[in-house]
Unconditional design. Structure first.
Length: 313
């Protein structure tokens, strides 16, 4: 079982590049431990900034350093980074087009037992609504590493959300299909019978794939889109996948408004109308518990996805 969380994969990529690129700067809001960035701070103290619990200052300082030519990476819990520093993300980063990458750690319901105040079920909607802000939710450590490698080559703003806990590997070090801003497509079944499309992002990709495998055994053809690139959204991949679909299902660790599901419904209805079902966290205060228990409770698991598909055919 994989024990490396996506946040650690980010640290490893940044450390490798920081050896030769002294413009890479990591900034934390008293969160270097939570962000798995302690090794970076120890090895590159002159390329690390500890701001303390001051998320607005964190983003503002990062934007200022970016204006001076630095490549800044801000690490803070997604629940605070996407709310307390929202104005700075909007004005200092996106509007000013600074080379700041906002890394929302422990996203979604990762903090579990800490409850609603520490959940970030609105961040996809909030960050996607900001012009010039890209939004990414990688699904495993290998895709996360590929994404960070790609982000190091550009100077545009981005928001990346990763969870707190390790997730089971989907890809591998030898085989991780990745194209920037393009969904990864998985196919299950023989193309005969009912055809389903499941669109998922972040930690929901693994259960989506597992659900697809169980549906395949029942003679249902399933295409799964790993839509790590929530914005810019890969419309072409979805339109192609939905060409002859009987049902499209979106799955996300987010509130039911303004997130992945809204994008999926908008694209499908405008281009290849068919039945669309959204699976998401409820419009309510989410129950308290560890991530798996919460996902199981709301049916955001392989069994729940398969059941939802069969119940809507």
């Amino acid at each position: 079982m994989n024990k490396i969380p996506n946040r650690q994969a980010i640290c490893e990529v940044l450390m490798e590049h920081a050896k030769s690129d002294k413009d890479i700067i990591a900034l934390c809001s008293d969160s270097r431990g939570s962000a798995s960035m302690t090794p970076f701070f120890k090895e590159f103290p002159e390329q690390a900034v500890e701001v303390g619990i001051a998320e607005q200052d964190l983003v503002g300082i990062a934007a200022g350093m970016a204006h001076a030519g630095k490549k800044t990476y801000c690490f803070s819990p997604a629940c605070f980074l996407s709310t307390r520093s929202y104005e700075q993300a909007k004005v200092d980063v996106a509007y000013s087009n600074t080379n700041v990458k906002l890394i929302g750690i422990s996203g979604g319901i990762s903090y579990g037992e800490l409850g609603m105040s520490h959940h970030s079920a609105q961040d996809i909607a909030a960050m996607s609504a900001i012009p010039n802000m890209r939004v990414y939710l990688p699904s495993d450590r290998f895709q996360t590493a590929k994404l960070i490698e790609a982000l190091l080559t550009d100077d545009s703003p981005a928001y990346v959300r990763v969870g707190r806990n390790p997730v089971e590997d989907i890809y591998s070090e030898e085989s991780t299909p990745f194209e920037m801003d393009k969904a990864t497509v998985w196919k299950f079944g023989d193309g005969i019978g009912k055809k389903i499309v499941i669109v998922a992002c972040g930690e929901m990709v693994r259960p989506a794939l597992e659900g697809a495998k169980s549906l395949e055994k029942e003679g249902i053809t399933v295409t799964v889109l790993d839509m790590y690139c929530v914005k810019p959204f890969d419309k072409d991949a979805l339109i192609k996948a939905a060409e002859d679909a009987d049902l499209v299902v979106s799955v996300e660790e987010h509130a039911p408004f303004g997130g992945l599901g809204s994008d999926v419904a908008s694209v499908v209805s405008a281009n290849k109308p068919c039945k669309v079902v959204q699976m998401a966290l409820p419009d309510d205060h989410v129950i308290t518990g560890k991530s798996k228990a919460v996902f199981d409770y709301y049916g955001l698991n392989a069994e729940g996805i398969a059941k939802t598909v069969k119940g809507n055919l």
